[in-house]
Ligand binder design. Structure first.
Ligand SMILES: Nc1ncnc2c1ncn2[C@@H]1O[C@H](COP(=O)(O)OP(=O)(O)O)[C@@H](O)[C@H]1O
Ligand SMILES: [Mg+2]
Length: 135
């Protein structure tokens, strides 16, 4: 599915739609350049899953665990390169079968993610417009 949003709210709404189909154990890979809206998308999905607190990209760790109606693991692997030598089990520690997982910069880790429920790609399309492809 490919669509275009014209505001962060549009991307949030799209993410909420996807979130309604997610069950524990599902992992959603979210790709796209810096500022394309990956975290905005994850925030929208997390809100729809009942998370009320802040949803921000993890910076000093590779992941956060958030509590909504389900447990959610939110990973950002951008810095994984600088975590060379890190045990791959680190990812498994976050992406448990009991949680819904969202992974920003999944290419960086390129691990064997568990059940990938969706691959989301965001692209700048001029101003506040973003092309969002969900596969
Ligand atoms: N249509 C849109 N969808 C998502 N974000 C948008 C959109 N238009 C503008 N933005 C802005 O772009 C920025 C995206 O940042 P963020 O979600 O942190 O991106 P990333 O995680 O990909 O680096 C935010 O400041 C957001 O408000
Ligand atoms: Mg981000």
């Amino acid at each position: 599915m490919s669509t275009e949003t014209s505001s962060p709210e549009g991307t949030v709404a799209l993410a909420a739609e996807l979130a309604g189909r997610l069950v524990p154990g599902d992992v959603v890979l979210v790709s796209g350049e810096l500022g394309s809206g990956k975290t905005t998308f994850v925030r929208g999905a997390c809100r729809a899953l009942g998370v009320e607190g802040p949803v921000t990209s993890p910076t000093f760790t590779i992941g956060h665990v958030l509590i909504g109606r389900v447990e959610i693991a939110h990973l950002d692997l951008y810095r994984l390169g600088s975590l060379a030598g890190e045990d791959p089990a680190l990812l498994e520690d976050y992406l448990t079968p009991e949680r819904v997982g969202f992974v920003e910069w999944p290419e960086v880790g390129d691990p064997a993610f568990g059940r990938v429920a969706a691959r989301v790609r965001l692209e700048h399309a001029g101003g506040d417009r973003r092309r969002v492809v969900v596969a």
